[in-house]
Design a protein around this ligand. Sequence first.
Ligand code: SF4
Length: 320
Amino acid sequence: MDAPLIEVRSLKMYFPVGNNILGRRRQLKAVDDVSFDLYPGETFGLVGESGCGKTTVGRSLVRLYHPTGGQILYRGVDIAPLDEKAVMPYRRRMQMIFQDPYASLNPRMTVSSIIAEPMRLQGVAQDAIAARVAELVEQVGLKKDHMNRYPHEFSGGQRQRIGIARALAMHPEFVVCDEPISALDVSIQAQVINMLEELQDSMGMTYLFVSHDLSMVRHISHRVGVMYLGHLVELATVRELYSNMQHPYTQALMSAVPIADPDLAARSQRIVLQGDVPQPIDPPPGCPFASRCRYVKPVCREVLPEMREVAPGHLLACHL
Ligand code: SF4
């Protein structure tokens, strides 16, 4: 296997949320001690319920956030502690496709200005920008006469294509796709996914694909990480994870995926989670899943399980 493009080591992203009644600072631990590698050309799916920290991981990797702790080694260089100026050269190599194509495009800018913006910010020459915009418009399946129109004149799928063209403008090596199809009609979701796959094949990019849609993640990813309450609890290749899931939370998550085959659906059993989800503000010690786990043991409430390899490339954080 190639050397990793990005090595994430004990990443922490905490947000201050005021003081408690004793005057102590309170922090929301959105991402707590997350480690994994991303290899060139792969798609790494990051799944979990809403609020588990997966989007925060993506935003931290492209340095939209300044991490509270840990390392983000980009081709061996730790970009986590870099200030805004020092991180600029890395920004052009890392981009993000946002969930909401309606909110992520400036309504007062034309399509060509939106796509050109990252190049302008990086000081690319005007004639090179014009040529690249024309190329990108074609690459994402838009027409030349779309270039001078405004975002409100387009459908959701077309707006997401504009967002993708903008993300690809600087030939990024790494793209965070943050729920890129969840705001789109089902009929056009497959088109956007196919386009992302084709672009990856032709440009050799690495994707972090953040999603709560497990069927889509299975389709597009090479490896998958499962997050719960700011922690990574299981990581494996897509084939290994979907056939040999070990973590009780992964099992519950997968059991909720609709099955098309009625016979298989009748034989499968949905695991309904009981118990409360702990607050990510001042979470209790031990396993983050302990309050909802049907296999919980006393040790689970005391000691945070560490990630360990249970099969080649299959990592699990569970005391079982
Ligand atoms: Fe359940 Fe304990 Fe495993 Fe956590 S460590 S998932 S509580 S068995």
